[in-house]
Design a protein around this ligand. Structure first.
Ligand code: GYE
Length: 329
């Protein structure tokens, strides 16, 4: 039984090594790579490379690890929870000092997090959280308040249509199924708009947080519904894909169909400044520096806050024009 388990861990370790394509193989199997020398080793499992947000987030983590002198073992899960579980098991087998990851989906983490806890390896969640009831399974969660983001999107809409009694037909492009930002951005938005029955979500489907799917699903929405007033997309990339579909259908994005998105990456902000998007709720991907600080504190045995909420704002078209020249990502 034990043998079988070890073999599985080893297979996982090899798979992750191959996936990550980075160094660190020299200390594999040495027993305690994080022990001596004082240099912290962090195993990080990233969701994938689905969006501009994700690209900026990966860059932030890699750069800040280098700056902080932390040895980063980076693994890309390519959007699959099973890959993340394999990566985490491999990090445990390698005895890294800290494990950090951005969970692809919210549920199904208890077993592997328990394995990390039993191995005495602290876990820090970044960007997205898990729905585990046992909060001792991780030290901290640093990331945005996605429900609040959805609420901010809804609040803009309510203001925009204030005093106009006609029904407002909304289509929604959801993030990847089961992901915390998809669940929460939907919930926060729904909570705000339900106050007025004139707001009607006439179609809501996943666009997987990608441009390609955003475009495809919007094409289908446009074919099925002649009377779309508003698009609410859970990220910029899906909104940008949808803009292509709207233009191809001979409509004017931002005018014929109002568009609200979340993230505020450069491409989104450019479309906002150009009048093709109407409002963006910011979600910051620059989590690297805070994550490295947390890792150092956790390694030093200091107590850290269970929850660190990222500071964020919102952008109108005018604000986007002003902010664009200095936008870093
Ligand atoms: O909004 C989206 C990305 O988890 C906050 O994931 C992140 C989301 C982000 O793919 O663009």
């Amino acid at each position: 039984m034990l043998k079988k388990w070890s073999a599985a861990v080893l297979a996982g370790a090899l798979a992750v090594g191959a996936l990550a394509g980075c160094g660190g193989g020299d200390d594999a199997g040495s027993g305690d790579s994080g022990g001596g020398g004082g240099k912290i080793t962090m195993g990080f499992s990233q969701v994938g490379a689905e969006s501009g947000w994700r690209t900026a987030n990966t860059k932030s983590i890699q750069e800040s690890a280098a700056t902080a002198g932390i040895d980063l073992k980076f693994s890309d899960a390519q959007g699959k929870q099973e890959n993340q579980i394999k990566a985490i098991r491999s990090f445990i087998a390698q005895r890294v000092d800290v494990i950090a990851f951005s969970p692809v989906v919210e549920s199904g983490w208890d077993t592997v997090l328990k394995e990390a806890k039993d191995a005495n390896i602290p876990v820090i969640l970044t960007d997205r959280s898990v729905d585990s009831q046992d909060k001792t399974l991780y030290k901290s969660f640093i990331g945005s308040d996605f429900v609040l983001e959805g609420k901010k999107a809804g609040e803009w809409l309510v203001k925009e249509y204030e005093g106009k009694p006609e029904p407002v037909n909304i289509v929604e492009l959801q993030g990847s199924p089961g992901a915390a930002p998809a669940n929460d951005r939907k919930a926060g938005f729904a909570e705000v708009i339900k106050a007025d029955p004139k707001f009607k979500v006439i179609a809501s489907q996943t666009g997987q947080f990608t441009r390609t799917d955003g475009k495809e699903v919007m094409e289908a929405f446009l074919k099925a519904h002649q009377d779309i007033d508003v698009l609410y997309a859970h990220n910029d990339d899906m909104g940008l894909g949808a803009i292509e579909a709207i233009e191809a259908a001979g409509k004017k994005p931002g005018t014929d169909i109002k568009i609200i998105t979340v993230d505020a990456v450069k491409d989104g902000m450019t479309a906002l400044a150009a009048g093709k998007i109407n409002y963006i709720v910011e979600c910051s991907p620059l989590l690297g520096p805070q994550l490295m600080d947390l890792a150092k504190k956790v390694k030093a045995g200091e107590t850290v806050e269970q929850r660190v909420v990222t500071e964020e704002t919102t952008f109108t078209q005018e604000q986007a024009k002003a902010a664009l020249p200095d936008r870093k990502y």
